[in-house]
Write a protein that binds this ligand. Structure first.
Ligand code: ZN
Length: 186
């Protein structure tokens, strides 16, 4: 049980004055993992080990902060949308009388990623009203509140404003991720 130390490798740290030690472990199922220790105190405050590489802490933070900002905002907009848009969502589809019709309308409106078989499984035994309401939560999670708001043409100003700032944060997150991956490949 547990991991056993297989060996260690030392290499120079980025500033060249000290070392990085990699310790490699293996368990009884031949699964391996490595621990990294930055021995150099100077480099320890400037570098972090992420996604298999030592990278500058500032580069990592640039991406991490952008991701965190988007995720936090998205959660709060999802919560707001769940409170503010559920009725609009329901009204938007309320005229539809069959589950098949609702599935088609939703697929048209939102390009729903849900397959018909999964849809049928999810809504089995549910009333039309429950079916429509159930899929609201599903779409909020898979498409995000800004897309849901757009697709049902919400006139809710709070949601429109929040969706705009969410889109902006998404663009910033994408840009930070692109920069990050470019940096990793260098
Ligand atoms: Zn160093």
């Amino acid at each position: 049980m547990g991991y056993e130390l297989m060996g260690t490798t030392e290499k120079a740290c980025p500033c060249g004055k000290s070392l990085i030690i990699e310790s490699r472990y293996m368990d009884d199922w031949n699964r391996t993992k490595s621990d990294y220790e930055m021995v150099c105190e100077t480099c320890r405050s400037e570098y972090t080990h992420q996604e298999g590489q030592w990278v500058k802490l500032v580069d990592w933070q640039k991406k991490a902060v952008a991701v965190q900002r988007y995720n936090t905002k998205r959660l709060s907009v999802e919560k707001l949308a769940a409170e503010e848009l559920a009725d609009e969502w329901y009204q938007h589809f309320a005229h539809i009388k069959t589950k098949k019709g609702f599935y088609n309308a939703m697929a048209e409106d939102t390009g729903a990623g849900l397959t018909i078989s999964r849809f049928n499984k999810e809504v089995a035994g549910k009333s039309m009203e429950e079916t429509i309401k159930l899929l609201f939560g599903e779409m909020l999670r898979s498409w995000g509140p800004e897309v849901v708001a757009e697709k049902i043409s919400s006139k809710n100003e709070k949601i429109i404003a929040e969706s705009e700032s969410l889109k902006k944060l998404f663009a910033e997150k994408r840009a930070a991720e692109i920069e990050w991956y470019k940096m990793l490949r260098r």
